[in-house]
Design a protein around this ligand. Structure first.
Ligand code: AMP
Length: 213
């Protein structure tokens, strides 16, 4: 099953993608995670991307297209995948359509999650991420000397560099101006599933699974 999970930053794409990947037994491909890993390891890609990601802007399409092509061509993606954070521009969507023709091309699903910007800003300013396994929690759930419920690391929850309020607003602006139109591009190319992303995590997952069937 080839799934694109789409929506604004903080709407719950990463959270839902992780749950769905486990339930459907397909890999979760997050372009944001790939970039953050490259930045952490100070690779050539990481060095090019760091400042752009920190500003909340988009890494150029040619760089992202190369990453996605290489990742989706890996045999572990041959029985499907859930793509999170890509495409973010019409040009990236066109590149992805080309990639689909070179790998196994089947009807893909686009799951669109929606929530108001004020909900998003509140979620992202209070979001902490496990620096070891990437699990996401709200600040209120992380106590002193806290161990990660997923990987058991202690004191591993940190704020993402781009979850600063001014950068969040920049990311939302980029989403509304540049990424949002990608949805129209897919209207006749993918099976569209639209879900209210302001619901709680379990409700969103249930709704997605119901509609995928
Ligand atoms: P995310 O984790 O999906 O919110 O992505 C974090 C940041 O990585 C974004 O704000 C962009 O700077 C960069 N990024 C991730 N995916 C893409 C993409 N498809 N195109 C351009 N930049 C991206």
């Amino acid at each position: 099953m080839q799934i694109i999970i789409f929506g604004s930053p903080g709407v719950g794409k990463g959270t839902q993608a992780k749950i769905l990947a486990a339930k459907l037994n397909i890999p979760h491909i997050s372009t944001g995670d790939i970039l953050r890993e490259a930045i952490k390891n100070q690779t050539e890609l990481g060095k090019k991307a760091k400042e752009i990601v920190d500003r909340g802007e988009l890494v150029p399409d040619d760089i992202m297209g190369g990453i996605v092509k290489e990742t989706l061509s890996n045999p572990r993606c041959s029985s499907g995948f859930i793509l999170d954070g890509y495409p973010r521009t019409i040009n990236q969507a066109k590149i992805l359509e080309e990639i689909f023709t070179t790998i196994r091309n089947e009807k893909h699903f686009l799951i669109k999650l929606d929530a108001d910007d004020e909900i998003i800003i509140d979620r992202l300013t209070n979001r902490l991420v496990c620096s070891k396994c990437g699990n996401i929690l709200n600040k209120s759930e992380v106590k002193e000397n806290f161990s990660c419920p997923v990987c058991n690391s202690s004191n591993s929850y940190v704020k993402r560099a781009d979850d600063d309020e001014s950068v969040i607003r920049r990311r939302l602006k980029v989403y509304h101006e540049t990424t949002s139109p990608v949805f129209d591009f897919y209207k006749d190319k993918a099976e569209i599933i639209e879900i209210d992303g302001s619901l709680n995590i379990e409700m969103v997952t249930d709704e997605i699974l119901k509609q995928l069937k």
